[in-house]
Design a protein around this ligand. Sequence first.
Ligand code: ZN
Length: 146
Amino acid sequence: MSGLDELYKEVILDHYRSPRNRGKIEPSDFDLHRDNPLCGDEVHLYGHVEDGKLVGVAFEGKGCSISQASTSMMTERVKGVSVDNAEELAHLFKRLMQGESLADDERLGDLAALQGVQKYPVRIKCALLGWNTLLEGLKAYKEKQG
Ligand code: ZN
């Protein structure tokens, strides 16, 4: 294993052991529970939007290290950004999981640590669980706004 892989593994384990933005937001603008039955991963995501910005995002969940670390990193990355920007990041992350070489894309930041998941198709669903939940939540929020 290369030094870079080791570093990436550390980032993922750190988020798994000490998830960021863990908890609930009440009242929230969206609040959804989604799972990945293939692996037994669960994510409950809460979001709070003000002036078009995702000012609060938090989650509860359980499951494998990839699903929980990816969701933790996602909350850290999208907190404080605009709803449109958060959607853009989610699509960028999906492209990373689909095998595009985006590790140098600065917009991804620490999320690049998950690039290695590309090699394990079964784990891609784990890595995308939190992000797909976010996209669904943002979509529901936008529809509510009309
Ligand atoms: Zn999983």
